[in-house]
Design a protein around this ligand. Sequence first.
Ligand code: HEC
Ligand code: HEC
Length: 263
Amino acid sequence: MDRERRKTLALLGGGLAAGLMGPSVVNWVSKTDTKGAPSARGSGDRAIHEPLPYVKLDPEHVGELGYRYFYQGDCMYGVFGAIVDALAEEVGEPFASYPTTVTRYGAAGVMGWGTLCGSANGAAMAIYLVSKDPAPAINEVFAFYEREALPNFLPVEARFQVPGSVAGSTLCHVSISKWCDFSGYDAYSAERADRCAQVAASLAKHTVEVLNAQLDGSFTAIHRPGAAELVCLGCHGRDSALQNMRGMMYCATCHTDKLESHP
Ligand code: HEC
Ligand code: HEC
């Protein structure tokens, strides 16, 4: 046994209980990895973010825009551009001149890297732009992305009728690979592109539903990290015995060997 491991196990003696108590006692809010995230770490005023004023939007209309915009500027632009332009239609400035095309960097998990799905990235940016309480809204949309069979919204102009599949991850690479396995289409097919356009539409629509609910004061999370993840974070996450990882992604996508009880 190496020294680090010995130290870890000693530490656990005092802290294991928190993990063993299970998900019912693990406060999900306290485990989210976003404490202090919206704060201004710098000293200048520029670091302080004030949300722009949001007005209620029609989710289906924004979904349709998301689909169309995907073909103009890829996935992140699809979601972000749709929400900002829909706001511009309602209230004009500052949305009308907001530089939405900057979000084109997010295409295919940031310039083809297959990291964070651009649609999820665009949704998070839009939420951060206009929400007074962005963390729970982003949590909801990301967990929706991981857990729902997507796409789940069929735009009027859809070029193909494509099946929906569960990504189990917010990563572009994982999401596309799982869908290709499920559907039989390859990663560079027109059907796959249309699937991503429809995922952008689905995300734009759900993001607007969440923002509308926040505006009404009726928001409650429907999607959230599962019981298994909460158990994992009880030992590995913030304020746990080990504190040796960060993140709220679906653990089993990668740690397939860690699903059985351990250590
Ligand atoms: C009861 C506490 C506890 C729970 C719950 C728990 N773990 Fe662990 N986990 C540990 C301990 C202790 C180790 C060994 C740490 C070490 O050796 O440094 C470990 C090791 C690991 C490692 C390997 C780290 C390494 O050093 O190789 C991974 C990955 C991991 N756990 C993931 C998970 C996942 C995913 C879950 C949820 C399905 C989970 N754990 C739930 C306590 C826990
Ligand atoms: C996208 C893949 C992926 C997902 C999802 C993921 N992990 Fe990991 N995790 C890794 C990789 C890669 C490493 C580094 C190699 C290793 O230690 O296995 C790692 C390392 C770890 C370690 C070891 C840290 C250390 O210091 O030894 C723990 C603990 C861990 N992950 C827990 C989790 C938990 C809990 C979740 C879910 C909330 C999770 N991981 C989700 C890929 C992932």
